[in-house]
Design a protein. Sequence first.
Length: 229
Amino acid sequence: MDGEGTYKFEDGCLYEGIFKRNVPDGMGKATYPGGTIYIGEWLGGYPHGHGRVTYHGGIVYEGGWKEGRRDGTGIVTYPNGSSYKGEFQRGKFHGKGIFTSKSSGGLTYAGLFKRGYVSGVAVVTYPDGRRIRKVWPQDAETGMTLHAALMYIEEEKQEEIKSKKRLREKLHGPLERDKLERHVEMVREINRAKRQKERLDKIEERRRYIREAREAERARRTSMLDDDE
């Protein structure tokens, strides 16, 4: 078959596009049984050139292809809004790339990759503008995937936060306790002073009552003497 046509392969893949010598060659669309769809260029029966694939899970890749695998520059967009923009080789991250994580508020990872693993120097930029620099092994066999690297960086960040908290408590803990103890003692002194003043007020009130009673008694007696006269 040569030219434009439609064909359903034995594995269930439906191809619509240009054929050359009975294989997809040129522009075409392939719909796979699992729901994955590829639209783009073909060569010798394989995606080759520029194309866009939407995987059944919602991941989308658009960019270069070579012999059926992602190759060259391209962009991967994930269902949660995260994305990778950079270089590929044989279907894996390879070369320079930038990953933006929406789940982390816009954190970006910019660095080198080697056969799917982080490699060499990378810079991580947090949403607040803070940056950290990481250096990874360049041996792909002992390297980490991007996902593992991001988890490692997050663990380091959390450990740093905990260390700073422990140091702050170590440096300022006794001082804060002293302040609290002084405050408690001051409140106690104020309460003691209030109670003492209340007692003194009661004593003074009692004394005033006694004085007034005595004066009233003297006035009564004086009045009686005046009456006798």
